[in-house]
Design a protein around this ligand. Structure first.
Ligand code: HEC
Ligand code: HEC
Length: 300
């Protein structure tokens, strides 16, 4: 056999393998896209009173940061629109045309926010419900009350179109589809007590999504599913190589201003500190108090 022919067979073989691999990724990711997740959702009350709206406004602005993806007016925006990633909208949450506030029942809200599931049963992509699953009933009800009070925005989106990179992330089990990683039967917490306690801080760390980026043990590293150009998320454990370098004052400063100890600023597209900047001082103190209690992990 001539060398040229050998190379020819090699290329055909390689193309064949690539073909099999692509088909595999397509097949596996399609399975996850079309899978319907069962969950026993609670039929929450949809309230309109001003006290609920005000509490919900605080949560949305300062803690759960829905605007980070659903847009400044919460009327939705394309969360991702880049060739190999695909085109996926974080949809309209207002009462306007194309908005879910006009059509969702209390049960639908529970499914979408705390389970990461669309009313039809499809697992939502990139919606951080692993964090929101720790919200108390009353907190979700307050968030929903606030969303229902927003000026209606008429804006509609195409259904998600996935590119090969997103399909690969999904096929390899990267945590971009919350519904696959949530314990749908766990008991939901009661509203955590107010004040600067570690218990309150633990709740805030869960629901504000610090772990989604800083890792389950908060020791930092690459943010799953994020743009590869992002810096790794910092180590937030009390080790001297990590949060041990901070004190309560400098910690509050970085959350309020995005400014790290070396004076450089955190890019707000990589961490939603502009939302956390609006937290009540007692809440940032609660987070600081809680972070002192997690096991220290040295920075790699
Ligand atoms: C990290 C980005 C991100 C954040 C933060 C986020 N979402 Fe989403 N959300 C998405 C994306 C993307 C989708 C669409 C996913 C899909 O269609 O597979 C979505 C879908 C939804 C849906 C389902 C809408 C439908 O099509 O039926 C609801 C409801 C929702 N989000 C509410 C919220 C609320 C409330 C908050 C804040 C508590 C929030 N989201 C925060 C990214 C986000
Ligand atoms: C969407 C991802 C994301 C979320 C959510 C997030 N962070 Fe971050 N955070 C990052 C990234 C990425 C960096 C590194 C930024 C840099 O170095 O420029 C960072 C840096 C930090 C720093 C600076 C540490 C240092 O090295 O000086 C602190 C403090 C911090 N985050 C705290 C938090 C807390 C507390 C929460 C939850 C309330 C949180 N972050 C939520 C992505 C995130």
């Amino acid at each position: 056999m001539s060398a040229a022919r050998n190379v020819g067979i090699g290329v055909v073989g390689l193309l064949f393998l690539v073909g099999v691999l692509l088909a595999g990724v397509f097949f596996l990711s399609n399975g996850k896209l079309t899978k319907t997740y069962p969950a026993s959702a609670v039929d929450l009350s949809v309230r309109t009173d001003s006290a609920s709206v005000a509490r919900g406004e605080y949560l949305v602005n300062a803690v759960v940061a829905c605007r980070d993806c659903h847009g400044e007016d919460l009327g939705g925006t394309y969360f991702m629109d880049a060739g190999p990633m695909g085109k996926i909208a974080a949809p309209n949450l207002t009462t306007g045309r194309g908005g879910v506030s006009g059509t969702y029942s209390g049960r639908d809200w529970d499914l979408a926010i705390r389970h990461g599931i669309e009313p039809g049963g499809r697992g939502l992509l990139f919606m951080p419900s692993e964090a929101y699953t720790h919200l108390a009933d009353e907190e979700v009800e307050d968030i929903v009350a606030y969303l229902g009070s927003l000026p209606p925005v008429d804006r509609e989106f195409d259904s998600p179109k996935l590119g090969p990179v997103t399909r690969m992330l999904l096929a390899t089990g990267q945590p971009i589809q919350s519904a696959a990683h949530i314990d749908h039967d766990q008991a939901r917490p009661k509203r955590a007590p107010q004040g600067a306690s570690a218990e309150r801080g633990a709740h805030l760390v869960e629901v504000s999504g610090c772990r989604a980026c800083h890792g389950a043990d908060l020791s930092g590293g690459k943010v799953p599913g994020a743009d590869p150009s992002w810096p790794p998320a910092a180590n937030l454990t009390p080790d001297p190589t990590a949060l041990g370098r901070y004190n309560e004052t400098s910690f509050e400063h970085v959350l309020r201003t995005g400014e790290k100890l070396d004076g450089s600023k955190i890019d707000p597209t990589t961490m939603p500190w502009q939302a956390y900047a609006q937290m009540a001082p007692e809440e940032t103190r609660a987070i600081w108090t809680y972070l002192q209690t997690v096991p220290a992990v040295p920075t790699k």
